[in-house]
Ligand binder design. Structure first.
Ligand SMILES: Nc1ncnc2c1ncn2[C@@H]1O[C@H](COP(=O)(O)OP(=O)(O)OP(=O)(O)O)[C@@H](O)[C@H]1O
Length: 211
């Protein structure tokens, strides 16, 4: 079943065409990856899928049109660019905040994710004191928290050591087994080869289907 569909999506600013004729289909349950060099348009495509930017053309998620006025037809876990963290709070407080937005989140999952990503060693430490990699893992935990049918990750391996990348691959595969759909932008070929079930190459604002 089709979960995400982009048809002839274009994004222009002034006289620049940042995305041109982006068409792609992601079926439910896939781990779809967007790979391409810096500035090729990966983040813009993720933003379009989430209704965070206005584009020309058609963006549909779960058969509903997505626009900034009608974003999120389904729940989505998101990590785009830098994790949105409150640096005066601890890791667990940052995750607990999300339970206020989504009361279905099981608080036990917070404990599990913090332990899984080794973020529970200094439970009183504020995020301000975290290393880049720790912040990145907390951003990933935010996106994984809850029962989101769709998870969108932008460059999730940024700042991660090899051990953390292995854990990330493992947990993505676990969620995938439960039926979660992923759309992941990354320039990390090794990582993509480990997780992708559907690969797209992004080149100068357009998408080429890979396999
Ligand atoms: N709001 C904007 N106004 C003007 N140009 C923009 C805007 N947003 C993005 N761009 C440009 O569009 C192009 C694609 O940006 P995008 O962030 O999608 O790249 P990317 O493939 O995600 O790159 P990276 O791997 O560096 O994150 C870049 O050249 C960027 O400078």
């Amino acid at each position: 079943m089709t979960l995400i569909e982009l048809q002839q999506v274009r994004k222009t600013t002034g006289r620049q065409e940042l995305l041109h004729d982006v068409s792609l289909v992601v079926n439910q349950g896939e781990i779809a990856t967007l790979e391409g060099i810096n500035g090729s348009g990966k983040t813009l495509i993720l933003r379009a899928i989430l209704g965070l930017i206005t584009v020309q053309g058609t963006v549909k998620v779960a058969e509903q049109l997505v626009t900034p006025a009608a974003a999120y037809p389904i729940k989505a876990g998101i990590l785009i660019e830098n994790p949105s963290l409150i640096t005066d709070f601890t890791a667990s407080k940052n995750l607990e905040l999300l339970t206020k937005l989504d009361p279905e989140i099981d608080p036990q999952q917070i404990t599990e994710l913090l332990a899984y990503f080794d973020l529970n060693r200094f439970p009183k430490q504020k995020v301000r004191k975290f290393s880049l990699g720790m912040k990145q893992k907390l951003g990933i935990a935010q996106a994984l928290l809850g029962q989101n049918p769709l998870i969108v990750l932008d460059e999730p391996t940024n700042a991660l050591d090899q051990e953390s990348i292995t854990k990330l691959v493992q947990i993505i595969q676990d969620y995938h087994q439960q039926g979660t759909t992923f759309v992941i932008a990354s320039h990390d070929r090794d990582f993509i080869e480990q997780v992708a079930t559907q690969r797209f190459r992004v080149q100068t604002g357009t998408v080429v289907y890979e396999k």
